[in-house]
Design a protein around this ligand. Sequence first.
Ligand SMILES: *Cc1c(COP(=O)(O)O)cnc(C)c1O
Length: 354
Amino acid sequence: MRNFLSKKARNITPYVAGEQPRGRDIIKLNTNESPYPPSPRVYDAIKSELGSELRKYPDPCGGEFRMQAAEYVGLKEENIFCGNGSDEVLGFAFQAFFDEDRRIKVPDISYSFYPVWSQLFDIQTEIMPVNENFEIDVEDYYNSQGGVVIANPNAPTGIALKIEKIEKVVKNNLNCVVIIDEAYVEFGGDSAVPLVRMYDNLLVIRTLSKSQSLAGIRAGFAVGHPKLIDGLFRIKDSFNSYPVNSLTSAAAAAALKDKEYYNGVSKKVIETREWTAMELEKLGYEVLPSKTNFIFAKPKVKNAKEVFDALKENDIIVRWFDKDRIRDYLRITIGTDDDMKTLVECLTEINDSK
Ligand SMILES: *Cc1c(COP(=O)(O)O)cnc(C)c1O
C-alpha cells in the first residue's frame, strides 16, 4: 500500500493521553480530572449563551473569558491570551517563541507533550535530568540558548518549586522566553503571575481543566507581557482565528468568577490528597511531596506495573508510565473521599495477595 503521509506525520511520535473509558462503573484516577462538578454558574452561563446567536463567529480574542482571566490574575486583557485548552496555548507558544536553531531546555521527567511539540515544530531540545529526588535543579536552566519550559508544580512528580527559584530561572534567561506551565498551581503551589509585571520574558500558562473541573470544555490561557501576547496572536491568526468557541468563553468566564466555590473544591482535594498520601505510606509506598491533584508513589510489596494491572482488574484506573526512571511509580489522581477509601482498600488487598 502506498504511504500518503508527509515526512512529518510519518516520523512524529504523538503524545499518548490517558484512556477515557465510557459508560462503565469505574473509578477513574488516570487523567487528573476533578472528581467534583464545575460551579452551577457554569451551567447557567452555557444555557444563556445557547440563547444567543450561535450562527455568528465568536470573539476572536476569547471575549468574556479573556476579560475574566485578566480580572482573575489581577492584570489587563493585553496580558492575556485565551485558547482551546492550555495544550493549544502551549503549542502556539512553542511556535511563537522558539526557533529551530536555538536549543530549548526541558526537564526529563515532566509533561510528555513538550518533546512532542519540539519534534512537531523542529525545535532542538536539551533534556535536563531532574535530580535523584525528582526535583528540578534550577541552575541547570540558566542561560538557555533558545528558551525554557517548566511545569510548576511539575507533572507527573507533583513537586513544586518556590517562586524565588522560578524567578532565578527567568532572571538568568533574559534573552529568551521562559514558559511556566501552572496546570496544577491551585492545589498549593506558588504562582509566577506576580513576576509578569517585572519580566517581559516570562509566559505563565494556566488551564481550567484541573482546578475548575472543566476538562471537557477546553479552556486555557497564557499570562505575559503584551509583546508576548502579540506573538501568540500572530501564530493563532496564522492557524485558526477563533480557537475559543462562544460556549467555552461563557463557561470559562463564569468559572473564573466563582472563586469561592473553587476555593472550596481545591481545599477539599488537598485534604483528600494528604489523607491518601498518609495511607499509602502506611502501606509501604514511597510518596513524593505533592502540590497537585495527584500523587506520584512507588509501591514496595509489588512492582508498579503489577499494582496497575491489579487495580485495573478491580475497575480502578491509575496511570503508569513505561519510561526510564519512573517505571517503578504510579501516578494517582485524587478522587472523592469514597474513591480514595476504595483505592486504599484495594491496595491493601493487593499488598496481602500472594
Ligand atoms: C493537563 C495538563 C495540561 C493540559 O491541559 P488542557 O488545558 O486540558 O489542555 C497542560 N500541562 C500540564 C502539565 C498538564 O498536566
